[in-house]
Design a protein around this ligand. Structure first.
Ligand code: C5P
Length: 241
């Protein structure tokens, strides 16, 4: 996966040279509000934002389009090395085409979690993600940001919420975007996705070492953000960033 002209980072940055900017990671299952919180935090700090889930979703879409088997580790690894993905704020481009709506469906989420189990896929995306850590800093949202991609992050958060509330939030999100959604199907899909993400051998979803658990059940986005901001300020002050 290449990232020519990616707006969130300079092309010169290279993972082999090490991570050159402070990183805050926000991991957790879907429907916890982590994408929203990550966006708010990045804006507040004036840092870059990495929505790593968008990479897995885009790769899955590319695989569907090219008829690549979603269970074929090697073929998906090769595909990941070929496609060009650009993250431009909310917009995601695949080989120059805006695929933002296409990757946000419930099906695309399920496909993403299928391709994400494969070691060659994860290996292909590792450098891409690390290259996003450029000055002044990066807020990275995903499943393995703190455990695998940025283990030395200045702050590692893990957002969680009850499965019922997460499904409700997902339902509202999809409806608000004018997409078709069925709550019962969403609960089932979330369960399958959680089990696959937590149970896979490669970079499973887990609270990272040194991570702080933030439970967003029954809390508004404003409440969760206030808590996250306090944690971020304390971490940045203590590390002198
Ligand atoms: O966060 P989002 O719902 O967009 O992620 C879609 C899927 O991509 C997740 O269910 C997970 O399987 C995969 N993913 C991952 N590692 C990440 C981000 C996403 O495995 N860092």
């Amino acid at each position: 996966m290449t990232q020519a002209q990616q707006s969130i980072q300079s092309l010169g940055a290279c993972s082999s040279a090490g991570i050159s900017a402070p990183v805050i990671t926000i991991d957790g299952p879907s429907g916890t509000g982590k994408g929203t919180i990550a966006g708010l935090l990045a804006t507040h700090l004036g840092w870059h934002l990495l929505d790593s889930g968008a990479l897995y979703r885009t790769l899955a879409l590319a695989a569907r389009r090219q008829g690549v088997d979603l269970d074929d580790n090697a073929a998906l690894g090769r595909l990941a090395a070929q496609v060009e993905v650009q993250l431009k704020g909310e917009q995601v481009q695949l080989d120059g085409e805006d695929v933002s709506p296409a990757i946000r469906t419930a099906e695309a989420g399920a496909d993403a979690s299928r391709v994400a189990v494969h070691p060659q896929v994860r290996a292909a995306l590792l450098g891409w993600q690390r290259d996003a850590a450029v000055a002044p800093g990066l807020v990275a949202d995903g499943r393995d940001m703190g455990s695998r991609v940025f283990p030395d992050a200045v702050l590692k958060l893990y957002l969680d919420a009850s499965p019922e509330e997460r499904a409700q939030r997902r339902y509202k999100q999809l409806k608000d975007k004018g997409m078709d959604a069925n709550l019962r199907d969403l609960v089932q899909a979330l369960r399958v996705r959680d089990e696959r993400d937590q149970g896979r051998a490669e970079s499973p979803l887990q609270v990272p070492d040194g991570g702080i658990l933030v439970d967003s059940t029954s809390k508004s986005i404003d409440e969760v953000f206030a808590q996250v901001l306090d944690l971020a300020r304390a971490a940045l002050a203590s590390t002198g960033v």
